[in-house]
Design a binder for this molecule. Structure first.
Ligand code: TYM
Length: 344
């Protein structure tokens, strides 16, 4: 049976969205709209694996929605919704929990990083997080998942869960009309020059919402002055830019800034170095500032405009949630049959 192409991805509503989220994920969401039906989810259930202030969670959920819309996602042709609206995520996550092995979860590096030294005190939700993430994708039988590099291991786990489910229940998948297994193995789409944007203060650390210094990241809500200030202060080294990509090896900060330029200009690092190879940062940084302001300031302005229309945002999420739920409940009915739950 031919499997229809379908795209799913998610972004957590915690803290400020930053350039890494934008270039590593959201820009690719916008591109994927041309290729297949897409679902883009504000994953509020993932967010509460670490305690969130409920009012801030609501505000962040609206803000991520505004960012999706401002970046150019078409909420009429595709689906934008918040995860908690569709009960199927939690339901299927339970089934994924029963398929996934403890040994698989124990290997997840993001849990180790987030739980830190006080692992015994981390929430059970934080530990099971990748299983919920697998359920997000599998609930819609999504085939393609655009994400940044840091989600690669989680998506490999989603594939392992899908594969084990299909094989544990092969006879039953066939009985209910899916001889090749019910879940397609989702394909991570990690591409382009910005799959891992690093901190502006330390090129060896990922740009992240949780980094205490705001100077380490460009937030999607930053205005032109803030963007310029942060890029001008970004850490560099004393050498001029190399003329080929090989020359960026062991120069984490230079590599990062060239990658950011390439992603914003929709080109690759080699072309950027073709133009700026041999130049000092004193020449490259102003060009980067100009490009970043040109590309990002209109998004910040549009986010602000959309954010002021709370009723519109809530309508988008409600309508998206209803359409997502239609797909999800259809799939969940089949999954319940396959695993042997009685339904009338
Ligand atoms: P989250 O909210 O941490 O990040 C959202 C997206 O942004 C990407 N990203 C980056 N890309 C490049 N450089 C960076 N510094 C950077 N930081 C973040 C992430 O890779 C991600 O694509 N677990 C996911 C959310 C999720 C999800 C899903 C994703 C939940 N369910 C199902 C795909 C499919 C997360 O925490 O992303």
């Amino acid at each position: 049976m031919k499997i229809e192409k379908r795209v799913f991805s998610g972004v957590q509503p915690t803290g400020n969205l930053h350039l890494g989220n934008y270039l590593g994920a959201i820009v690719n969401f916008v591109e994927m709209q041309k290729e297949a039906p897409c679902l883009f989810c504000v994953v509020d259930m993932h967010a509460i694996t670490l305690w969130q202030d409920p009012d801030e969670l609501r505000a962040s959920t609206r803000e991520v929605t505004a960012a999706f819309l401002a970046a150019g996602i078409d909420a009429k042709k595709h689906i934008i919704f918040n995860q908690s609206r569709v009960d199927g995520h939690a339901y299927l996550a339970w089934i994924c929990n029963c398929v996934a092995r403890v040994g698989w979860l124990n290997r997840m590096t993001q849990f180790k990083e987030k739980a830190g030294k006080d692992r015994e005190n981390a929430s059970l939700g934080l530990y099971a997080y990748p299983s919920l993430m697998a359920a997000d994708v599998l609930l819609y039988r999504a085939t393609h998942v655009p994400v940044g590099d840091d989600q690669k291991q989680h998506l490999e786990l989603a594939r392992d869960i899908a594969q084990k489910f299909n094989s544990d229940f092969d006879e039953f998948c066939e009985r209910y009309g899916y001889p090749d297994g019910f879940f397609p193995l989702p394909e991570p789409m990690i591409s382009g020059p910005a799959t891992r944007i690093m901190s502006l203060r330390d090129g060896t650390r990922k740009m992240s919402k949780s980094e205490p210094s705001d100077m380490s990241r460009i937030n999607l809500t930053d205005n032109a002055d803030e963007i310029a200030k942060k890029l001008k202060k970004a850490k560099t080294d004393p050498e001029p830019l190399p003329s080929d990509v090989e020359g960026l090896k062991d120069r984490a900060e230079a590599d990062n800034l060239v990658g950011i330029y390439a992603a914003l200009a929709k080109t690759d690092k080699a072309s950027v170095l073709g133009e700026f190879g041999g130049a000092q940062f004193s020449k490259f940084k102003p060009a980067l500032v100009e490009l970043a302001v040109e590309k990002l300031a209109p998004i910040a302005a549009e986010m602000k405009r959309i954010s002021e229309d709370r009723a519109y945002i809530e309508e988008v999420l409600k309508d998206g949630g209803e359409r997502a739920n239609e797909i999800a409940s259809k799939h969940l009915r089949v999954v319940k049959d396959i695993v042997g739950f009685l339904q009338s």
